[in-house]
Design a protein. Structure first.
Ligand SMILES: Cc1cc2nc3c(=O)[nH]c(=O)nc-3n(C[C@H](O)[C@H](O)[C@H](O)COP(=O)(O)OP(=O)(O)OC[C@H]3O[C@@H](n4cnc5c(N)ncnc54)[C@H](O)[C@@H]3O)c2cc1C
Length: 387
C-alpha cells in the first residue's frame, strides 16, 4: 500500500519492519499461549514514537497522516505480529483532538504522546444493545460538578492496560430524545484511581489473545470537566472516530493477508507430494493467486479511504467498504493458507492457525460485514432500511 507515493512512507515501513524483527513468531506464540499482553512490543512502539504518529507535533506527536499510521499497522501484521494490543491508542485520541477543549488537549495529548498516559480502551458495546448503539443503557447522571455512572460495557479491550478510557453513556433517556441516537455523551474516564472501587473489570476468555473484558460501573464519579464535546452529541463523535478505526483495521487485514499469502506461496513451492511441488497443481496455485488479486484490490480501497480521510473529505462509505474488502481478503487468505499447509497448518509453530483465529475477528468487529452491507444498501444505493 502507498508504495511510490512518498519516500518517507517507505522509510517508515522499513523502520517498522526492523522493529518487528525483534518480535518474531515465537514471541507472539508465547503471548498467545499464556494470554499475555505484549508489553515489550507496545513499549517499543511507544519508545520509537510509532503509536503517536497521528498526534500533532505541538502536542508531542509526529503529526503524520492516516496513511503513515496504516503503513505502521500493515507492516506489523505483515511481519506476523498483531497491532490489536495497542492500535486503539492511535485513533481514540482523535476524539480529544477533534472534540476536546483546549485544556483537555493540553492535559492529555502530550502525555499520551510521550507514553506516560495510555489511552488504549473505549467502551461503547453493551451486552443487550449489540450493534444498536442507541439502545445502550449505561447512564451518566449529573450531580453537582460530577456525573455519576452506572451500567456495564462488554468487549472493552485493553482496559486492564490503560490509564484512560473513552466512555459512551446515556445522559438523557432514549424516549425523551428527538432521535434515538441523541442523548448519548462521551466522557474520559481516569481508570487509575477507580479500578477495584467503582469500576470492576472481568476478563473474557476468547479464541484469540485480545485482552478483552466486561466492565461494570457502580456509582463511578466522573468530573463534569471530563465530558468531551457537547452533551447529548456523543453518538456523532463516536461515528466520526470509527472511520479512522475502520481504515486502520483494514490496513491490518491487508498485512495479515500478505503474511498468509507469502507463507502459502513459499510453502507451495517447497512442499513436494507425488514427486512435485504442490504449488504446481492449479488446485493449490489458483486459490493463492486469486486471494492475492483480492488483497491488492482491497489495499487500493484502504488507500482510497485513507486519502479521503487525510484530505478531510467525507469517507464513511469508503472506510466501511475498505474494512469489508480487507477483512474478507484476509479471512480468505487464512483459509487458503490453511488448505495449502494441509495438516501442518494446525501446528502452532507455523503461526497460521494463530493468524487464522486472529484475522477472523475483523468480519465481526469493530463493525460486522452485514452492517456494512446495510450501510451500502441504504445510504449509497438508496434501498429501504431493515431497521
Ligand atoms: C474481540 C473483540 C474485541 C472488541 N473490542 C471492543 C472494544 O474495545 N470496545 C467496544 O465498544 N466494542 C468492542 N467489541 C465489540 C464489537 O464492536 C461488536 O462485537 C460488534 O460491533 C458486533 O456487535 P455484537 O457482537 O453485539 O453483535 P450483534 O449486534 O448482536 O449482531 C450479531 C450478528 O447479527 C448481525 N445483525 C445484527 N443486526 C442485523 C441487521 N439489522 N441486519 C443484518 N444482520 C444483522 C450482525 O451483523 C452480526 O453478525 C469487540 C468485540 C470483540 C469480539
Amino acid at each position: 500500500m502507498f508504495i511510490d507515493y512518498n519516500e518517507s512512507y517507505e522509510q517508515i515501513r522499513e523502520a517498522v519492519k526492523r522493529l518487528c524483527a525483534d518480535f518474531p513468531g515465537e514471541y507472539w506464540r508465547q503471548k498467545d499461549s499464556e494470554s499475555g499482553y505484549p508489553t515489550e512490543f507496545v513499549q517499543a512502539l511507544v519508545d520509537t514514537g510509532y503509536l503517536s504518529v497521528l498526534i500533532p507535533e505541538k502536542y508531542g506527536g509526529s503529526g503524520l497522516d492516516l496513511k503513515a499510521a496504516c503503513i505502521i499497522l500493515e507492516t506489523i501484521h505483515k511481519s506476523g505480529g498483531n497491532g490489536a494490543a495497542c492500535h486503539a491508542q492511535m485513533y481514540t485520541m482523535g476524539m480529544i483532538l477533534r472534540h476536546g477543549t483546549k485544556e483537555q488537549k493540553q492535559l492529555w495529548l502530550p502525555h499520551i504522546a510521550d507514553g506516560t498516559l495510555r489511552l488504549q480502551a473505549f467502551g461503547v458495546t453493551e451486552p443487550a444493545s449489540g450493534t444498536d448503539t442507541s439502545r445502550i443503557t449505561t447512564s451518566a447522571v449529573r450531580d453537582g460538578d460530577d456525573y455519576i455512572v452506572n451500567g456495564q460495557k462488554i468487549w472493552t479491550s485493553r482496559v486492564g492496560h490503560s490509564d484512560l478510557m473513552i466512555l459512551l453513556a446515556r445522559t438523557s433517556p432514549r424516549e425523551d430524545s428527538s432521535k434515538p441516537t441523541q442523548g448519548l455523551s462521551v466522557f474520559m474516564v481516569d481508570l487509575r484511581e477507580e479500578v477495584g472501587k467503582s469500576i470492576t473489570i472481568t476478563p473474557i476468555e476468547t479464541m484469540i489473545n485480545h485482552s478483552t473484558n466486561n466492565v461494570f460501573f457502580d456509582d463511578l464519579r466522573i468530573p463534569a470537566k471530563n465530558l468531551i464535546g457537547k452533551i447529548g452529541e456523543g453518538f456523532k463523535y463516536i461515528m466520526d472516530g470509527m472511520n479512522a478505526e475502520r481504515i486502520l483495521i483494514g490496513a491490518e487485514c491487508i498485512g495479515d493477508a500478505r503474511f498468509l499469502i507469502q507463507k502459502a506461496s513459499e510453502y507451495a513451492c517447497e512442499r513436494e507430494v507425488f514427486g512435485r511441488p504442490i504449488g504446481q497443481n492449479q488446485g493449490i496455485q489458483f486459490p493463492i493467486a486469486e486471494v492475492h488479486v483480492q488483497t491488492e484490490a482491497a489495499a487500493l480501497m484502504v488507500e482510497k479511504a485513507a486519502t479521503s480521510f487525510d484530505e478531510l473529505r467525507t469517507c464513511g462509505t469508503e472506510a466501511n467498504m475498505a474494512k469489508l474488502l480487507a477483512a474478507d481478503a484476509s479471512w480468505k487468505a487464512a483459509d487458503v493458507c490453511m488448505q495449502t499447509f494441509g495438516g501442518f497448518a494446525f501446528a502452532a509453530e507455523y503461526d497460521i492457525e494463530r493468524k487464522f483465529r486472529e484475522t477472523r475477528l475483523y468480519r465481526i468487529a469493530p463493525v460486522s460485514t452485514n452492517l456494512i452491507l446495510s450501510h451500502v444498501g441504504t445510504h449509497v444505493l438508496g434501498m429501504p432500511k431493515s431497521f
